[in-house]
Design a protein around this ligand. Structure first.
Ligand code: ASP
Length: 355
């Protein structure tokens, strides 16, 4: 059965409770009285671009716009930043020097999701994911199929490899092995100082980085995006957790949302964001639920390698406007950007398991 949502009813719904309204609401539907601070938008990014993204998303929410519009427009700000080597344009390429992007989007209101993986040449993969979600009966498109689809919808192909990312990749390539022919000629190898040749382009082994954007609008609807250039120097075709619903991103309109960054392989195996949202459904706060997921991952590895603590960081929000983030032990305290009725702030989360 198909349900048609007319343009008019979509427009009416997206108008929400009126332009410019700032609400501190109590939702009777939650079964008990709890103060709810909405709208709200958060991101795992805490740099200036992350801040700008929050301003953009907040403007939409404050004017009665939908959470899904807010997360898309906010994520786009981070995706097009050429200085950010972990997301969208300017991301670190795969081992062949090609930037391949992964992104997912989920709309709690419609229980709808879309994603793209290994998408090349398009700066804003989360917007392509949104069209997969809204204008197809599929959830995920990958590689050439995703690119063909994006072009049909008018997305322009562009070279995503910035000068900075190309040099980071070249340095990695030259440093990979002394048994290939990359790097200075053999008779000069011992004389050349690689450090000074590649000054400003630090040696990178495995480069992680992603962004999550999660929001609640004035109607109490929840949406989220996870977008990334994935693991730096990955094998071409590698898909991380970011475009996989339940791994890199999960949203439940009755509960909240969670997003993941870090070593995607663990996030996929543990269905981490689904787990976080289910923990929140059982009553855990976003902060506690993020910690629970990290502990769950460590427990899985205990028998195989008790010293293995992969690099995940999780962020989560619940329907009440509470938020939290946690990072795996060994990597310093995690932070996230939050924009709500109190303005913009950086929240410091916790480390789990405790050190
Ligand atoms: N989770 C991303 C991936 O595995 C990378 C990251 O967040 O650093 O593709």
């Amino acid at each position: 059965m198909t349900t048609k949502i007319s343009r008019r009813s979509f427009f009416n719904r997206s108008l929400g409770l009126g332009a410019g309204a700032l609400l501190i609401k109590t939702f009777p539907t939650f079964g008990f009285s709890k103060k709810v601070t909405i709208p709200m938008i958060v991101t795992s990014h805490t740099n200036q671009t992350g801040h700008n993204a929050m301003e953009t998303g907040w403007e939409i929410l404050l004017n009665g716009g939908s959470a899904i519009d807010a997360v898309e427009k906010a994520a786009n700000i981070i995706e097009i930043d050429p200085e950010d080597a972990s997301v969208g344009y300017g991301g670190i390429p795969n081992e062949h020097g090609v930037v391949q992007l992964d992104a997912s989007i989920m709309d709690g209101k419609t229980y709808n999701a879309g994603s793209v993986a290994c998408l090349e040449n398009i700066k804003i993969p989360s917007s392509v994911a949104r069209i997969v979600m809204e204008r197809t009966d599929h959830v995920m498109l990958v590689g050439q199929g995703a690119l063909d689809f994006a072009k049909k919808w008018g997305f322009r192909e562009e070279n995503l490899l910035t000068e900075k990312a190309r040099k980071i990749w070249l340095r990695w390539k030259e440093g990979l092995s002394d048994r290939d022919d990359w790097g200075p000629p053999e008779h000069l190898k011992d004389k050349e100082d690689l450090e000074s040749y590649w000054e400003g382009f630090p040696e990178t082994e495995h480069h992680y980085g992603t962004t999550n954007v999660l929001a609640i609008d004035q109607n109490g609807d929840v949406a989220g995006i996870t977008t990334t250039s994935g693991l730096g120097f990955k094998i071409p075709g590698r898909v991380g957790d970011s475009p996989i619903i339940g791994a890199g991103l999960y949203v439940d309109n009755e509960v909240g949302a969670a997003g993941a960054t870090g070593r995607g392989e663990d996030v996929i195996k543990s269905c981490a964001t689904f787990y976080i949202v289910m923990r929140m459904k059982e009553g855990r706060t976003p902060q506690e639920a993020c910690e629970d997921a990290l502990i769950m991952i460590v427990d899985k590895y205990k028998k195989v390698n008790p010293d293995f603590f992969p690099s995940e960081k999780f962020v989560a929000i619940n329907k009440y406007g509470e938020f939290g983030c946690a990072r795996m032990k060994g990597r310093g305290k995690p932070r996230m950007s939050v924009m709500n009725d109190k303005g913009y702030s950086k929240h410091e989360g916790t480390i789990a398991p405790q050190e």
